[in-house]
Design a protein around this ligand. Structure first.
Ligand code: E4P
Length: 220
C-alpha cells in the first residue's frame, strides 16, 4: 500500500519525506487555506514546492464547479509539473471533466466519494484515483472502511485500473484497516503515520538492550 500525506504544510511534508516512506501528497482547498495560501500564483508556487520535496503524485484540486471552468483550471494545474494529479469532485460536471482529462492523458483523483456507485462512475470516466472519505463517513455513524473494501472488491472484479486512495484518514488504526481491505493508497495526517511506529514493548525492549550493553561495556 502506498502512503500519501494529507496536508499542504511544507514542514510536515518534509518530515514525512525524510522518513523515506512517502509516495505522494494530497491537498484540498481547506488544507491550502489552513496554510494561508491564496491566489492562483501562490497556489501554483506551493504545488511546485511540494513537487520538489516529494518524488510522487501530488493532488491539486480544482475550485471551479462547472465543466468549462474545471477543464481550464485542470489543464493549468497539470501543466505545472508532471507529478500533478488533478483533483476533481464527484459531480456530474466533474465526471465529464474526468473523461476529458483521461482522453488528454491527464491523471485525475476523483474526490468526495461516499458510495460505490460514485466510485464506479469515476472509474468508468477514467479516473486514476478515487478518494473515498473514511473519517467523514465514520463521523456520521456510517462505515468508511467498509466503503473502501467494497470499492476495492468492485474494481478487482471488473478489472478497473483506477486506484483506491483512502482519504479522510483520522488515526493510525484507519491505516491498518485500509491495509486489511486492500486499499492501494492511504493518504494520512503525519500523526497517523508516526503512530505506526509506536509500541511500548519496542521502547522497553530498546531500553533493556542499551542498559545490558552499558553494564558489560562500561561496568555499570
Ligand atoms: C484528501 O484527499 C481529502 O480531501 C482529505 O483526506 C479530507 O480529510 P478530512 O475529512 O479530514 O477533511
Amino acid at each position: 500500500m502506498k502512503f500519501f500525506i494529507d496536508t499542504a504544510n511544507l514542514d510536515q511534508i518534509r518530515e514525512a519525506n525524510d522518513m523515506g516512506v512517502l509516495d505522494g501528497v494530497t491537498t484540498n482547498p481547506s488544507l491550502m487555506a489552513k496554510e494561508g495560501i491564496s491566489g492562483k500564483e501562490n497556489c501554483a508556487k506551493h504545488y511546485l514546492t511540494i513537487c520538489e520535496i516529494v518524488d510522487g503524485d501530488v493532488s491539486a484540486e480544482v475550485i471551479a464547479t462547472d465543466y468549462e471552468g474545471m477543464i481550464k483550471e485542470g489543464m493549468e494545474l497539470a501543466a505545472l509539473h508532471p507529478q500533478i494529479v488533478v483533483k476533481v469532485p464527484c459531480t456530474a460536471e466533474g465526471i465529464k471533466a474526468i473523461r476529458y482529462f483521461s482522453e488528454q492523458g491527464i491523471r485525475t483523483n476523483c474526490t468526495l466519494i461516499f458510495t460505490v456507485g460514485q466510485a464506479l462512475l469515476a472509474a468508468k470516466a477514467g479516473a486514476s484515483y478515487v478518494s473515498p472519505f473514511v473519517g467523514r463517513l465514520d463521523d456520521i455513524a456510517s462505515d468508511g472502511i467498509l466503503l473502501v473494501e467494497n470499492i476495492v472488491k468492485m474494481f478487482r472484479y471488473y478489472c478497473y485500473d483506477t486506484e483506491v486512495l483512502a482519504a479522510s484518514i483520522r488515526h493510525t488504526q484507519h491505516i491498518i484497516q485500509c491495509l486489511e481491505v486492500g486499499a492501494d493508497v492511504a493518504t494520512c495526517p503525519l500523526s497517523a503515520i508516526k503512530g505506526l511506529l509506536k509500541h511500548p514493548l519496542t521502547d522497553s525492549g530498546l531500553k533493556a538492550f542499551l542498559e545490558d550493553h552499558r553494564r558489560v561495556n562500561e561496568g555499570k
